[in-house]
Design a protein around this ligand. Structure first.
Ligand code: SF4
Length: 417
């Protein structure tokens, strides 16, 4: 479906004529038989990661411990070590019988993530981790301290099958889905680091116990393409300690480029996570090129599903919108976005425009400041709460859509293997 700019419909002159079209830079997008960008929904078959306590429900943990020849109550002790002390080190588990500790830990808490590289900002309040999984696949997470909260941006897949032309992660396609425990372990490792005082920016007079308070599924991968494991991971995050991490569902943001059936499924779960739709364009003409999955589910279908999420959960939905110079930042697009959101009711949504980094010579570059401001103003004036998002992680190349292992990272991982 092609969209008519609001300015053209109203007869008003377009304030900006330039239209940069999405295109890959320095790599070629894989295409399907019809010549459209290839979409990969199914995870390639690879050796599964070892089963870990965080993959199992509490009754399954008890069974597994019994299989290892120990009484079932040891499962809870192990869960306490893992989910409240963030440790997988048998030496710390003095309440377990010394003779069986190593075997129990090897069977229930096998190593899942090997740290390959860590980058941090000068203040140390933003840290990017590069992890190697058991089969050599690389994923990243980014830990960020904000006033009053600590957010971890987690990966849900190694690589991604959604093939967005601006995104480094999608270039190599989908390597595989991450397991539930691989997703959870990113949080446990971050909490371990925080407990050890490794996250900077804490005030000298603040002696509170800290841990990750917010999760955003905006690292590598399309979370709703790995639905079951992501939702199982969310269940572990919100389960009360010691059976889980005891986090608030509201602090967990699940984002998607618009897998409509999965959005509907998410709305029917009884877990009121925050839902974010990465829209980036309000018109199908542009979005078909910018977000290839739009060829499957159109803007209106994705927005209808987002609205349904609000109706079912009462949780206000976020619309993510990366502002890209002369590509999607036109005033008429702000108006069209407002029109489409308002057509679905009031008070159900807010928009987070995301300023890109200025990248000289690239078509994927930041909108001018006045254009950003105008975009935000138009949405706010139309009654849509809109706030420019903080993209601090970009300082270390760790912001969403940029998470990819560089050649250097690959070399570091190979050296450790
Ligand atoms: S932007 Fe998101 S959905 Fe698109 S390829 Fe990158 S990680 Fe996948």
């Amino acid at each position: 479906m092609s969209e008519t700019p609001a300015s053209a419909r109203s007869g008003a002159p377009a304030t900006r004529a330039a239209q940069v079209r999405p295109a890959t830079e320095g790599w070629t997008q894989k295409k399907d038989a019809e010549g459209r960008p290839l979409l990969q929904f199914a995870s390639p078959k690879r050796g599964k990661p070892p089963v870990h306590l965080a993959d199992l429900t509490p009754p399954e943990r008890i069974e597994k411990v019994k299989e290892l020849g120990l009484p079932g109550f040891r499962a809870k002790q192990l869960a306490t070590h893992y989910f409240t002390h963030y440790t997988s080190d048998p030496a710390h588990m003095t309440d377990l019988p010394a003779g069986q500790r190593d075997e129990l830990v090897a069977g229930m808490l096998p190593p899942l993530l090997t740290e390959v590289r860590r980058l941090e900002t000068d203040r140390g309040d933003t840290i990017k981790f590069l992890w190697r999984l058991h089969d050599g696949a690389l994923v990243e997470s980014v830990l960020m301290r904000y006033p009053g909260r600590i957010t971890l941006c987690v990966s849900s897949q190694a690589g991604c099958g959604m093939n967005c032309p601006f995104c480094a992660t999608g270039q190599a396609g989908l390597t595989r889905n991450m397991s539930t425990a691989e997703i959870v372990e990113q949080i446990v490792r971050a909490n371990r680091l925080i407990t050890e005082g490794g996250l900077g920016g804490k005030k000298a007079d603040d002696h509170s116990m800290e841990r990750v308070s917010n999760i955003v599924f905006m690292g590598m991968g399309e979370p709703l393409a790995n639905y079951k494991r992501v939702m199982d991971a969310v269940r572990v995050m919100v389960a009360p300690q010691p059976e889980g991490l005891g986090m608030s569902a509201r602090g967990i943001t699940v984002s998607t480029v618009g897998l409509v059936p999965a959005i509907n499924k998410l709305a029917d779960e009884d877990i009121p996570v925050t839902f974010a739709l990465s829209l980036h364009a309000p018109d199908d003409q542009l979005r078909d090129e910018l977000i290839p999955v739009n060829s499957r589910w159109k803007v209106d279908e994705a927005l209808d599903a987002a609205r349904r999420y609000f109706e079912k959960t009462g949780r206000r939905v976020s619309i993510e919108y990366a502002l890209i110079k002369d590509m999607n930042d036109h005033p008429w697009r702000a108006d069209l976005l407002a029109e489409k959101l308002n057509a679905r009711g009031r008070g159900w949504v807010h928009v987070n425009p995301i300023p890109l980094n200025p990248t000289p010579g690239s078509i994927w570059t930041a909108s001018d400041k006045d254009v950003q401001d105008e975009f935000v103003r138009r949405l706010n004036d139309a009654g849509i709460p809109t706030t420019l998002r903080d993209t601090r992680g970009k300082e270390i190349d760790g912001a969403c859509g940029q998470l990819v292992a560089t050649t250097e990272d690959e070399a570091a991982a190979a050296a450790m293997a």
